[in-house]
Design a protein around this ligand. Structure first.
Ligand SMILES: C[S@@+](CC[C@H](N)C(=O)[O-])C[C@H]1O[C@@H](n2cnc3c(N)ncnc32)[C@H](O)[C@@H]1O
Length: 204
């Protein structure tokens, strides 16, 4: 039984329901950004405060994380974030119009460290090609991970991914990204002395 989420910044949505009308949901026509796997929301709260003219959708299928994210957003008094509990692909396919996202953010996705589980990883070339169809030209794609193998893999396939330019040239990844907030998982690993692998591309 799920704990109900009655927060005003929570946007309930189920697979069978029509796509939200984002302009009506946010009350303006500001650019739309998506964070996939927002966890407990510490990143999105900082990011949304830094970019008040962008509307952020914070997405996660973890109900308690969504509840915590909503509480943080309410506490910060932010009006430019809505939280949705859904699986990324089904949500995006159903609720995001083609070429409408100005930013896609994925921080510390589940690493699936065992070799036989790697195919379960969310981020791969095929997933980025899928996301690309929902992004406007010039949209930013941010990926961050604490997991070396995942970071190197994304840095490598993105360097030859069609339709994107690398914003970190001459590097394919960095361990620091100016102005980019730190998420809960990033903080945990940084505190253990483990570097974060950041990748930043822009759709052409
Ligand atoms: C390791 S946590 C990282 C949370 C946060 N981004 C951070 O850096 O602190 C990964 C999160 O992604 C969510 N997640 C994983 N796959 C997902 C999917 N396909 N759709 C929506 N959320 C997903 C999980 O529920 C979890 O909260």
């Amino acid at each position: 039984m799920l704990i109900p989420n009655n927060s005003p910044v929570y946007h309930p949505w189920g697979d069978a329901e029509p796509a939200p009308e984002w302009r009506a949901v946010f009350g303006n026509n500001n650019p739309l950004a998506l964070e996939i796997g927002c966890g407990v929301g510490d990143f999105i709260v900082q990011m949304a405060a830094l970019h008040p003219d962008i509307n952020f959708i914070a997405l996660d299928f973890y109900n308690k994380g969504c509840i915590k994210t909503c509480k943080r957003i309410e506490k910060a008094g932010l009006t430019n974030v809505r939280v949705l509990r859904a699986e990324a692909r089904s949500f995006i396919t159903a609720c995001i119009t083609a070429t409408s996202l100005h930013m896609v953010i994925i921080n510390c996705p589940d690493p699936w460290p065992k070799l036989r589980h790697r195919k379960r990883r969310l981020v791969n070339s095929e997933f980025v090609a899928y996301l690309s169809g929902f992004m406007v030209s010039d949209a930013d794609f941010y990926f961050a991970t604490d997991f070396v193998d995942y970071g190197l893999d994304v840095a490598e396939f993105m360097s030859v991914q069609s339709g994107f330019i690398n914003k970190l040239v001459p590097d394919t990844y960095r361990h620091y990204l100016d102005g980019y907030p730190i998420s809960k998982y990033m903080r945990r690993f940084m505190d253990n002395g483990q570097p974060i692998y950041y990748v930043h591309y822009r759709k052409t």
